[in-house]
Design a protein around this ligand. Structure first.
Ligand code: TXA
Ligand code: MG
Length: 307
């Protein structure tokens, strides 16, 4: 069911849940002021309770609940907000424990999507994880949400998401007094490093992960995804690139090998098409550069293929 902006505001203010557009992926939103709606997010998505939520704000001024007086916070927000950068900040005021999963920090982001910004200006801070059922590819179109929940979740349709993958997450590490990289995303780490003037320590692997979410399986279609190159492509499904030839294969192209941004934009839609076509097994062509946004693409594909 699609809602207008006005209906979305009413629904969220009345303690309901609505899937909302952002520039990265659609989020399943609840008002920060509605404990019941926040609790329903976990039920609707079958999300583990130990996985905290990102708070979405329309500007830095909305952040009354976290410490923003941190080195380079202004530099980062001036350079990248609104935009696909989430910041894990020390908690100041008591927030609903469901939002933080009991941590002493809270993740905050300011989306760069006009409709989402109009919404946030009217509702105040909204918590929103990606709107997919836990473990599945994230939705990048309103139709994805409708299909995932068979029309039972209300959606504010803001068109297709520009970036197509989730925000990059940085966390403030008070021990080393630096920002560290907690999730690869649609903002390139190198652009952030240029602003900060130092290289970001990566805290991505399960043993050092800052984000509890790194522990769980993600982005996976129903098909078994394999990274082992097949000896023949005959009758095989391949997730690959426009310029490559995979003779005999059913090809699911992410786009041109010239454009990491476009490939990321197409990623979840491509994984979702495997499900629609009832593909049971597909090979992923991981032969692409490791730098820039390619690193994010590789990480998402490897996660999608993990058991
Ligand atoms: O682009 C995005 O960030 C999208 C859109 C909807 O804004 N949201 C999103 O939310 O990707 P979600 O819930 O799918 O992923 C949030 C990640 C999870 O891995 C979670 O563990 C981590 O952020 N996270 C949230 N709060 C945290 C905190 N206080 N400390 C560390 N990690 C946190
Ligand atoms: Mg997610």
């Amino acid at each position: 069911m699609k809602l207008t902006l006005q209906e979305t505001v009413q629904c969220l203010n009345a303690g309901g849940n609505v899937a909302i557009p952002t520039e990265t992926v659609y989020g399943l939103a609840a008002s920060l002021k509605s404990p019941e709606a926040i609790s329903n997010i976990f039920k609707i998505k079958s999300r583990p309770l130990g996985n905290p939520l990102i708070v979405h704000v329309s500007s830095v001024k909305d952040i009354s609940f976290a410490k923003v007086d941190l080195p380079d916070f202004d530099k980062l927000t001036h350079a990248f907000w609104p935009g696909p950068l989430s910041l894990v900040l020390p908690l100041l005021a008591d927030l609903d424990k469901q939002v933080t999963a009991g941590l002493l920090t809270v993740a905050v982001r300011c989306p760069a999507h006009d409709l989402c910004r109009s919404l946030l200006a009217m509702t105040g801070p909204l918590v929103a994880p990606s709107a997919n059922p836990s473990g599945k590819p994230s939705p990048t179109q309103a139709e994805h949400v409708e299909r995932d929940y068979e029309g039972k979740v209300a959606v504010l349709d803001g068109g297709a998401c520009r970036s197509g993958v989730e925000s990059t997450i940085l966390a403030w590490d008070s021990q080393i007094q630096k920002w560290v990289l907690a999730r690869l995303g649609s903002l390139e780490a190198l652009s952030i490093e240029k602003v900060l003037g130092y290289s970001l320590e990566r805290r991505l692997k399960a043993d050092v992960a800052v984000c509890p979410g790194q522990k769980w399986r993600h982005y996976a279609p129903k098909a078994e995804l394999t990274l082992e190159r097949p000896t023949s492509f005959e009758d095989i499904a391949v997730i690959g690139f426009n310029e490559r030839s995979y003779k005999g294969a059913k090809i699911y192209s992410l786009g041109s090998i010239q454009s990491s941004g476009k490939c990321l934009e197409n990623l979840y839609e491509t994984l979702r098409r495997l499900d629609i076509d009832e593909i049971s097994k597909a090979w992923i062509d991981l032969d692409f550069p490791l730098e820039g946004l390619w690193e994010t693409l590789r990480e998402r594909l490897i996660k999608a293929s993990s058991k």
